[in-house]
Design a protein around this ligand. Structure first.
Ligand SMILES: [Zn+2]
Length: 262
């Protein structure tokens, strides 16, 4: 009789463990959140990092190699990387496809449609060298400037894929750990959202056991795509209060985890 009871308990224990694992697919948590900040802005160092550091969160900062802010504040970027933040590759000169509608603002020198594949690949590799000189790291992720994937129909990332753990695009959506495309990870671009609206996306990710990637530019200014400091803090405080259920980490850490799982 005792043996039957023991077997019974063991059976329920195993079932519970299996259930708990399937319900917690993100490093033992319900969902994952990756906070990404594009274009190497002063506000990222001045406003964003202090908030993240206060709550012990690491995020990914996609920087361009040719920006003055990288040059002038290099020690601060280096320090940020030492703390655990990721310096992601956002190319050397942030070229966008000027041949697409409503892209009149793209200057010819930074027009991706006028690039050769060789030049695009070379500039991305050069940026990796530059970033390694700052942070000493060999593994990082990539983010497509303006979300542009091709040069006149050819996908240039294929030729640099081995240099990266993953790449973030600009298509909108939550990601499932099973169907995620590591070459073009979806995100939600933030512009004018309230804290409540951002938190709603996290709650959806929790409900669906999904990954939600936030794409920020300006936070409290410095970019035409912008959210307020207050809204950003509201999101971070929500994430901090729900650490038990939500895994917040850099893109490279989450992507590495997914690759190991597969
Ligand atoms: Zn950008």
């Amino acid at each position: 009789m005792r043996k039957i009871t023991t077997n019974f308990l063991l059976f329920f224990f195993v079932i519970n463990v299996i259930y708990a694992q399937s319900d917690m697919p993100w490093n033992g948590k319900k969902c994952a959140v990756v906070l990404t900040y594009d274009d190497a802005l002063n506000v990222h160092l001045d406003s964003v990092m202090p908030v993240l550091d206060k709550h012990h969160f690491n995020a990914t900062f996609y920087v361009m190699g040719d920006t003055e802010i990288l040059n002038k504040r290099m020690e601060e970027w280096r320090k940020a990387s030492k703390k655990g933040h990721e310096l992601g590759n956002h190319t050397l000169a942030h070229p966008c496809d000027g041949s697409i509608d409503h892209r009149d603002w793209v200057i010819p020198e930074r027009d991706l449609s006028k690039y050769t594949i060789f030049r695009a690949v070379n500039e991305i590799k050069t940026t990796n060298t530059l970033l390694k000189a700052i942070d000493g790291k060999d593994e990082r992720t990539f983010a497509y400037p303006c979300g542009d994937l091709t040069i006149n129909g050819t996908t240039f990332y294929d030729q640099v894929e081995s240099e990266f753990v993953a790449a973030r695009g600009t298509f909108h959506g939550l990601e499932s750990s099973k169907t995620i495309d590591m070459k073009n990870i979806k995100c939600f671009s933030m512009h004018g959202q309230t804290g409540e609206e951002m938190i709603k996306l996290v709650k959806e990710a929790e409900a669906q056991n999904a990954l939600v990637v936030f794409l920020f530019h300006g936070v409290g200014g410095e970019h035409s795509l912008n959210v307020s400091n207050e809204a950003h803090i509201e999101l971070i405080e929500y994430l901090s209060k729900h650490k038990k259920d939500i895994w917040v980490d850099t893109m490279v850490e989450v992507a590495r985890y997914l690759k190991n799982e597969k």
